[in-house]
Ligand binder design. Structure first.
Ligand SMILES: Nc1nc2c(c(=O)[nH]1)N[C@H]1C(S)=C(S)[C@@H](COP(=O)(O)O)O[C@H]1N2
Ligand SMILES: [Mo]
Length: 431
């Protein structure tokens, strides 16, 4: 069915005020888990929108919008992603679709905080480097390629909110499960080389990143997100200004034509649609740098406990984590022998070991672990698992990093649901 203004406004209505939308369609505010009893004017409106009667409307739940109206953007060039939010767009990749050693572009998650630029022209795109530098620079993509070493690196990028869906009490925001992580091959120039060319002043302490996306409210001013990193991270040879993803121009939703990639740190540092890197003499205080954004309590909290924002600290390197990418959870195995595989990564560290359990953590056995293809790339692992007989099993994976830190069974609660690196578990039934 063709989308029309009415169906769009229905989505907007639900987005802005679900209770109001319910009142309009269902005649009252209904609990999302309960039946909505669509009737009267609401039923007529909904039927008009889907272009037919709705015989089973009595079974429709409140807060439901008929899928015929689904406004899920068709994300061209992506495959199998699950859309968690449509505006701004957040879409994750089911774990079993992240099985490739290097994440293909169509399987790279999307996390937008605002509205991406509508039209981008790589040939006229410019990046400005200014602030605490001797010589401010404005560079086109051709200038970057001509003036600096071009490098290609497989780099792990994970949203700090990956795993947020499992916090209790729940944390607001995109309900990522496992799939806000990827390790694609990025081609670009080292941010360090560009900063050297500009000449860092001695009081430069932190970067500040700007992109061409706009605020979701549609307000003309104000960036949806502008984060930064300490100079030491900016100077890491794997901190890239990238113009290609997996050997092709960057996907529009992953930041075309130019983005930063700071592997191993919260994905939010890696500004997409990059237009400016500004050097500052203080910790950057742009959008989503302050308060509880990408910051965690400076001490452990009880679930649901409140803490003053001044006691939150900025997330830097991401913690040790692993993902089981084969089999998919729910797998039914006809044979007792099964290959289990996946990836493991640990911020600025490497992985020393991945261990698996099929008996709820009572015993563990090691997986075969590959070296990273380069620093800051996730490590692939695999193991031959032998189940003792028919029945329900869970395969648990637990990675240990180069400092001896292992993934926990459960993570400390924090109000925004960051840094959930608890072990991944998949269900396997041997028949
Ligand atoms: N300009 C801009 N850059 C951005 C964002 C954004 O909304 N706007 N989102 C950030 C966040 S929170 C993450 S996790 C990563 C996600 O990168 P991806 O969408 O390419 O997977 O981009 C980061 N860079
Ligand atoms: Mo993120």
């Amino acid at each position: 069915m063709r989308k029309n203004a009415a169906s769009r406004s229905l989505h907007e209505l639900y987005r802005e005020d679900p209770d109001k939308a319910d009142r309009r369609l269902f005649g009252r505010v209904a609990h999302p888990d309960r039946r909505g009893f669509l009737k009267g004017a609401g039923l007529a409106a909904m039927a008009a929108l889907v272009g037919g009667t709705i015989p089973f409307h009595r079974n429709m739940s409140a807060h439901f919008i008929p899928v015929a109206l689904a406004d899920e953007p068709v994300i061209q060039g992506k495959d199998g992603l699950v859309v968690l939010n449509d505006r701004p767009l957040s879409a994750e990749t089911p774990a079993h679709l992240l099985d490739d050693a290097i994440t293909p572009t169509e399987r790279h998650f999307i996390r937008n905080n605002g509205i991406p630029p509508q039209t981008v022209d790589a040939s006229s795109w410019t990046l400005t480097i200014d602030g605490l530098v001797e010589t401010p620079l404005t560079l086109g993509i051709a200038d970057l390629k001509r003036r600096f070493d071009v490098v290609t690196r497989a780099l792990t990028l994970e949203c700090a909110g990956n795993g947020r869906a499992f916090f209790d009490p729940p944390a607001g925001g995109a309900q990522w499960t496992y799939g806000a992580v990827a390790c694609s091959e990025w081609t670009g120039v080292r941010l360090a080389d560009v900063l050297k060319a500009a000449g860092l002043k001695s009081d430069a302490l932190y970067t500040a990143h700007e992109g061409a996306d706009t605020h979701p409210s549609g307000a003309a001013s104000g960036l949806p997100i502008s984060r930064g990193v300490p100079i030491a991270k900016a100077l890491d040879p794997d901190s890239l200004i990238a113009f290609a993803q997996n050997g092709r121009p960057i996907h529009p939703m992953n930041g075309a034509p130019l983005r930063l990639v700071f592997p191993g740190w919260p994905g939010s540092c890696s500004q997409k649609w990059l237009t400016r890197v500004w050097l500052r003499d203080r910790v950057h205080d742009g959008a989503k740098m302050t308060g509880t954004s990408y910051r965690v309590p400076g001490r452990p909290l009880a679930p649901g406990e409140r803490l003053d924002e001044t006691e939150f600290v900025i997330i830097e390197a991401m913690p040790v984590k692993s993902l089981i990418t084969h089999p998919a959870t729910g797998h039914r195995a006809a044979a007792r022998a099964l290959e289990v595989r996946g990836h493991a990564w640990a911020g600025e560290r490497t992985i020393d070991a991945v261990r698996l359990s099929i008996d709820f953590g009572a015993t563990w056995s090691g997986a075969t672990l590959d070296e990273p293809v380069n620093a800051h790339a996730w490590q692939n692992w695999r193991a031959a698992v032998e189940f003792p007989g028919p029945g329900y099993y869970e395969v648990w994976a637990r990675a240990t990093d180069s400092e001896g830190v292992s993934q926990p069974h459960a993570v400390a609660w924090n109000p925004k649901g960051y840094l959930n690196n608890a072990m991944h578990r998949v269900a396997v039934t041997v028949v």
